[in-house]
Design a protein around this ligand. Structure first.
Ligand code: AMP
Length: 283
């Protein structure tokens, strides 16, 4: 039977445990999460298990990446069921720091990422977001010194920003991206899907349908801007409040007018009632 993962809540106990792994010559993979784990997170854990003998999952709802009007207090928290899921996934260690451990009194440092973090996508609607994410992920990286760190392509701009941060700060680890896990109707799994009403849940898969349709038409040679404009209208008509539907260069996230200019990624964000959904696919 799988045994429960060890849960550590302070930096010294985290370091002591990791030291034992390192002394045994084991490599370590970190999977950062905010908890409320679903099959998407577990796909990251499976990838982590393939990469190294030891897997550390961090669970921390990071206040620094939420604006005051966002859902920090209502964000779903479910440590007991998360630990049960992780026991079944056979991982070694859960790093679950308190807010005071991560941001003690007097904490005064915040990263200010540029490049992909200023692409005019999520940053346009959540200006504080990537500063908060890179600050906490940099802390998680220095606390655990992993060989690999696994993130979901579901948060595509975040994956690009963190990959760049690890490179820019010369962090000796490899950032791995895992494809988005979806419901059978195409909706990307997200902890925030729990906010959707029954009626909203039936409309939500539309986002992925529009992305797929746009990708097919762009591949078929139609003009990118025209395809996006039709997609934007479809999303609007379905009852979403659209933040953006964009075609970007898959590596730089720079605007791209034609597939001949490089690999294209389509990215979308839209609100359905109070719930903000994001998704993306490759063309
Ligand atoms: P979160 O707990 O939502 O901050 O997500 C933690 C990690 O899980 C991030 O790297 C996300 O990109 C990833 N993730 C979230 N949802 C999915 C999904 N549906 N498929 C794959 N990865 C995901």
């Amino acid at each position: 039977m799988a045994k429960s993962p060890k849960v550590v809540r302070t930096v010294p106990s985290l370091r002591r445990t990791l030291e034992l792994f390192r002394k045994a010559g084991d490599r370590i993979t970190l999977v950062p999460t905010m908890g409320a784990l679903h099959r998407g997170h577990l796909a990251l854990v499976r990838e982590a298990r393939r990469r190294s003998k030891r897997v550390v999952v961090s669970i921390f709802v990071n206040p620094a990446q939420f604006a005051p009007h966002e859902d920090f207090t209502s964000y779903p928290r479910s440590l007991a069921s998360d630990l049960k899921a992780l026991r079944e996934a056979n991982i070694d260690l859960v790093w679950a720091p308190t807010i005071e451990t991560m941001y003690p009194d007097g904490f005064a440092t915040r990263l200010a990422p540029e490049g992909a973090a200023k692409a005019g996508l999520e940053d346009e609607f959540r200006p504080h977001f990537f500063g908060g994410v890179t600050t906490v992920v940099a802390k998680l990286f220095t606390q655990t010194s992993p060989d690999f760190a696994v993130f979901g392509q579901k948060d595509y701009q975040q994956l690009r920003v963190i990959t760049q941060m690890a490179k820019d700060l010369d962090l000796p680890l490899k950032v791995i991206g895992v494809p988005t896990v979806r419901e059978t109707d195409g909706l990307a799994l997200s902890s925030r899907n729990a906010y959707l009403s029954t009626a909203e849940r039936s409309v939500a898969p539309m986002l992925y349908r529009v992305l797929k349709d746009c990708a097919t038409r762009i591949k078929g040679g139609e003009k990118v801007e025209r395809v996006l404009n039709v997609g934007r209208i479809e999303i609007d008509v379905a009852g979403f409040s659209l933040d953006y539907l964009e075609a970007r260069h898959a590596a730089t996230l720079a605007p791209i007018a034609s597939p001949t200019d490089g690999p294209v990624r389509l990215l979308v964000a839209a609100k359905l009632g109070k719930t903000r959904l994001i998704d993306n696919i490759a063309v």
